[in-house]
Every structure is written in structure tokens, then in C-alpha cells.
Design a protein around this ligand. Structure first.
Ligand code: G3P
Ligand code: MG
Length: 252
């Protein structure tokens, strides 16, 4: 049984950490998520200009640091000078954009880590190779779940580390993603990660029929959580792990 299967179900993934309570994709947000009892943390991995794996959602640093510039044009040293906490609340001033290594050092033994390969605009870069190297160095293959909107990135990851499960992210067109997945051999993915807006009970049943998992993003409302748990989804990404844990606790 993999870690993913052995966790409480449905799995609660802290989306960018406990991002309702702390600045997204920072050590503070991941630490809080683990302390709150999230089963897994989700992070967005990208490459800096000098080829280091860092964790940030947007293509630019503008929204979360108040500076400006494209992540891919800034070196690790430049990114590390930025304040990734103040945009959220003054008490988080000085939080840094983390490296993937820092996340692994602090959390690999404490929660499943969903590494989203988020090189959407640079799909030919070395992100996947660098992420896989780092995972091997830490020897934490059994603690990781990959995801991506890009089948190409997932295929690369599967070639390099075939034992790590992969989830295909689908944006608002979940139906198209299912069709595409069948066409391009859905068998390679252990899970589908649909957007909340597009998921339906029929689609959950369909994915379950082929013995794959459904992890839905991003679910922050109590009534949505209750509905999805009722439909039998296998996991949810949420900014608010305590809320999802409470609703899961009421289940059954
Ligand atoms: O992995 C779920 C979710 O993080 C995907 O969308 O844009 O928040 O990375 P985004
Ligand atoms: Mg993400």
C-alpha cells in the first residue's frame, strides 16, 4: 500500500500550505498545515533563472512579494532577498520564497508532499529533472505525489521515478481532460485532479470505475466539502485544513 492509500480518506491536501492562515507556499504555511493535521501539503515548484527549484505559484513575484519580475528571470539569490510574507499580514514579514530542499528537510517525514510541476510556460526547462534529482538525494520517493496540468511533465517524471504516483490536473474542462486521458493512456495516472467547478458524481464514478483516484481543487466552503465527501472523492485541496478536517470528521 502506498502512503497515499494509507492516509485517512478522503485525503486533506493543504493547498499551498494552510494558505487561509499564512502566506501561501512559505515554510510558515506548510508548518501550520502540518500542525493543523493536514494529511498532505501541496506546493508549486518552478525553476529560478540559475536552475534551482523554488516554490511559488505565480509566474511573477509581483503579487506575493511586492517586488516585480518574472520568476524565471531571477536567480535564487535575488528571489531569496524578497519578502514573501508581508503581502498576507505584517506578522509574516521576512518569510522567504522556499527552496524545494527546505521543504523536504522540514516536512518529508511529516506529511505526504504533492509536488505540482508548475512549469506551465516553460515546459521544456529542466524542472522535472531537478525535482527528481532532489527527491532521489533525500530518498523520499514514497512521500511524494506528482501533479501537473502538463502530461509531458508527468511523462518525464514517470520515466525518471516510475514508482511515484501522478495526478493529472484538469482546469475547468474536466470532461475534456478525461477524454484526453483515455486517448493518451489514462493508465499512467493514478489520479485525476479536477477543478471544483467541473466535477460531478458521474465523473467521480467514471474515474473510480477505472480504479483511479479523484482529488478536487480548491475547496474552501463547507457545503462544497460536504457534497464532495458525499460523492466519494478521494481527496480535496483546501486553503483551510481545519475546516476540511472537521467536515471529514462528521462523515458517516
Ligand atoms: O494542485 C491543485 C491546485 O494547486 C492547482 O491549481 O493554480 O492553485 O496551482 P493552482
Ligand atoms: Mg498548485
Amino acid at each position: 500500500m502506498t502512503l497515499l492509500q494509507s492516509l485517512p480518506q478522503p485525503v486533506i491536501f493543504a493547498h499551498r500550505g494552510a494558505s487561509a492562515y499564512a502566506p501561501e507556499n512559505t515554510l510558515a504555511a506548510f508548518e501550520l498545515a502540518v500542525r493543523q493535521g493536514a494529511d498532505a501539503i501541496e506546493l508549486d515548484a518552478k525553476l529560478s533563472a540559475d536552475g534551482r527549484v523554488i516554490v511559488i505559484h505565480d509566474q511573477t513575484v509581483d503579487r506575493t512579494t511586492g517586488a516585480s519580475g518574472s520568476v524565471q528571470n531571477l536567480t535564487l539569490a535575488q528571489l531569496r532577498e524578497l519578502d514573501a510574507g508581508s503581502f498576507f499580514a505584517p506578522e509574516f514579514r521576512g518569510e522567504k520564497i522556499p527552496t524545494l530542499e527546505e521543504i523536504f528537510e522540514s516536512f518529508a517525514k511529516r506529511a505526504l508532499i504533492n509536488v505540482e510541476l508548475s512549469n506551465h510556460y516553460t515546459p521544456r526547462d529542466n524542472l522535472v529533472e531537478e525535482v527528481c534529482k532532489t527527491i532521489k538525494r533525500f530518498n523520499i520517493q514514497d512521500q511524494i505525489l506528482f501533479s501537473s496540468f502538463h502530461p509531458t511533465s508527468l511523462a518525464k517524471a514517470q520515466a525518471l521515478l516510475p514508482d511515484i504516483p501522478c495526478g493529472l490536473l484538469a482546469n475547468t474542462d474536466f470532461r475534456a481532460a478525461i477524454v484526453r486521458s483515455f486517448v493518451f493512456n489514462f493508465g499512467n495516472y493514478q489520479a485525476l485532479h479536477p477543478h471544483l467547478k467541473t466535477v460531478s458524481p458521474q465523473q467521480v464514478r467514471r474515474v473510480h470505475r477505472i480504479r483511479r483516484r479523484v482529488h478536487v481543487y480548491t475547496v474552501n466552503e463547507e457545503h462544497h466539502l460536504r457534497k464532495l465527501f458525499h460523492w466519494g472523492v478521494d481527496g480535496v485541496f483546501t486553503d483551510d485544513p481545519p475546516l476540511a478536517l472537521r467536515v471529514r470528521g462528521e462523515k458517516g
